[in-house]
Write a protein that binds this ligand. Sequence first.
Ligand code: BES
Ligand code: MG
Ligand code: ZN
Length: 498
Amino acid sequence: MKIKVSSGKLEKAKTNAVVSFLYKEDKNFPESVEQLNEALKDKIRKLYKSQKFSAEENSFLVVPTFGEIKSDFVILTGLGSKKKAELDTIRRAGAYIIRKAKELKIKSLTIDLKEVILDEFEQSYMAQALVEGIILGDYSFDKYFTKKEKFEVEEIQINVERKYLKEAEEAVRVGKILAEAQNFTRDLVNEPANVINTIQFAKIAEDLAKEYGFEIKIYDENEIEKMGMGAYLAVAKGSENPPRFIHLTYRPKNSKGEIALVGKGLMFDSGGLNIKTGDFMRWMKSDKSGACAVLGIFKAIGELKPDITVHGIVAAAENMPSGKAYRPDDILKAKNGVTIEVGNTDAEGRLTLADALSYACELKPDMIIDMATLTGACVVALGEFTAGVMGNNQKAIDKVLRISKYTGEWMWQLPFNDKLREQIKAPHADVYNISTSRYGGAITAGLFLEKFVDPKIPWVHIDIAGPAHNTAGWYYHPKGATGFPVRTIVNLILEESK
Ligand code: BES
Ligand code: MG
Ligand code: ZN
């Protein structure tokens, strides 16, 4: 699918359809739609009235032109209420439009942004959101179907005012890169554990490093042991697939700082000896979502080349029960020397992250962000669509939260406190991998991670257990992996590099 920027009159558009937006509150057509309506001898208004078109989100008024203009269809699409509209409204509309176009078998579209008003946002911002929505909404993981949906939209023109052409072109370029990186993450998460195991994951990271010229170091089980990563190693022990510790580095010439990204990389989480029951074990191929997000983010920065050093760290493992598996009551020692008593082998993510975060701190970056499908408790607290954000530095947390408002990746802070800190005291070691209370589980997991982070380094923990994967899909996310929070983190990196 080619996506280009244009600035022209809609009646003259050469694409198969032209698409215009309407808010619920709009009493009149935008000027450009008025002109189309004139060219079509009032057909748009007549249909608009007879259909009582109300411009709800994801609603369409499809008007055939019968050759009166070059395009075969004029399509009005609703944006819902203007009061509620935000950048993500446009992003969602992009997804709805591409799906509608596929349904109607329309090969090329001109989508008009010229007269859309959205708070303080210039047309280039809207163009970027639109492109992101189109590419994200067009995604499906269909490689294993022997019969595939064949129809593809071939070309999309995004129509903006002439004075915004240049900025919109750049915005469209960035939007494409972001959405394609997110789709790359989705592809990896959607692959089952019999296809992407630890070794395969490391190979994918290596290929990415080759493609973009990143530095990469992959540590095998012996090296992991030598580094003293006793917590991570314990989690990996039960599986036939050996652990692989991956450290990617993007190092530009004019680096303005250093960020370390850590992604939870459980290729599959069966729970281990504390084995999960059927419904809870399903979709645990997605327990590698944080790690796959790191690779997606690296793909984007490989393309965008920001002036900042970025580390990508993944402790890849598989959590399985077996005669070699670690057990409840085992006492482990992490890389930073902290001892951990195992209360539950299903709280494995924090153990792998303990060593990954210790490793990240030794790099002495200016900021650490970890992304992890860490707790079911976070999903209970915030629902399936919102990530929980925690950390040791309010400024860094605020940065992530602010950017997430624009990317549409919903996030909400969960508060640390000393009362919850008491709940991860272990009977016979420095820290417990479970909490002594059943409440506040997302926060106690965050507080566990805190023990492995140098308090001098600003650190943000994003629990993506809810939004990383969705069996039904929502907005521009088809069912399965979402690629959350690739765009938020890339935007943050871009900001930090300025
Ligand atoms: N990978 C799970 C968390 C998870 C749950 C992710 C649901 C996505 C959807 C994690 O390893 C886990 O099992 N956590 C336990 C922790 C508990 C044993 C303290 C949980 O949340 O139940
Ligand atoms: Mg688990
Ligand atoms: Zn897990």
